[in-house]
Design a protein around this ligand. Sequence first.
Ligand code: ADP
Ligand code: ADP
Length: 223
Amino acid sequence: KPMLELHGIVKTYNRGKPNEIKVLRGADLTVDQGEVVALVAPSGAGKSTLLHIAGLLDTADQGQVLINGQDMSGKSDRKRTAVRRDEVGFIYQFHHLLPEFSALENIVLPQLANGVSQSVAERRALELLGNVGVADRADHRPAAMSGGEQQRVAFCRALANEPLILLADEPTGNLDPATSDQVFETLMALARDTGLSALIATHNMELAARMDRVVRMENGVLV
Ligand code: ADP
Ligand code: ADP
């Protein structure tokens, strides 16, 4: 069952200006339920642009984005925001954790915003933190954690509201190999056990090769 579909996505920055750059020239991609897909391309090729369009953070100039079969083109900002919040989890290259709040709170808050009770949200947050080996950091603020620990907390936060689709930009970028492996295994287990779909931009070819499928971005299309 297709969970994320991109059809003919075109995106140009600075259109009509001397510095015009055609980043996406008709990108097509389908990610099925429970499938984990690696997105591989050189830096500057347009991976972030594609992830932002897929995650409804940005709009394409042309083409369709379907989430769980629902065509999001032409939908209102309110509708797009609701779908993004309920169905998409995003892990940014820079973690964007809330600095004033603990690791636990960073994972609890999005759940409270979605109507989950404090006790259920805390239980889920602790379980997620435990899966990636940072339960002992639950009460630490981001500034008191290492980059790798913050990255794992960001991973947990992206999964807090049980999204259908996880989009990630270099989610294991600054993790050591053992920790990177742990995050990766957690992701694969979630895909297997809960049907989570994921599109993961990565430079790590060894990790990419262990995902269900690798797509490469070349000259603005996916091959
Ligand atoms: P990647 O994630 O693969 O490194 P990006 O999607 O970030 O690639 O960027 C693709 C290209 O588009 C780059 O040349 C980048 O400089 C350019 N770009 C990205 N965002 C913008 C923007 N908001 N305005 C203008 N150019 C942009
Ligand atoms: P809401 O309207 O529900 O407040 P927003 O659209 O403001 O939602 O943002 C939802 C989340 O997406 C926030 O975490 C925000 O920081 C992030 N976000 C919004 N736009 C972008 C963008 N262009 N690039 C990266 N993150 C974004």
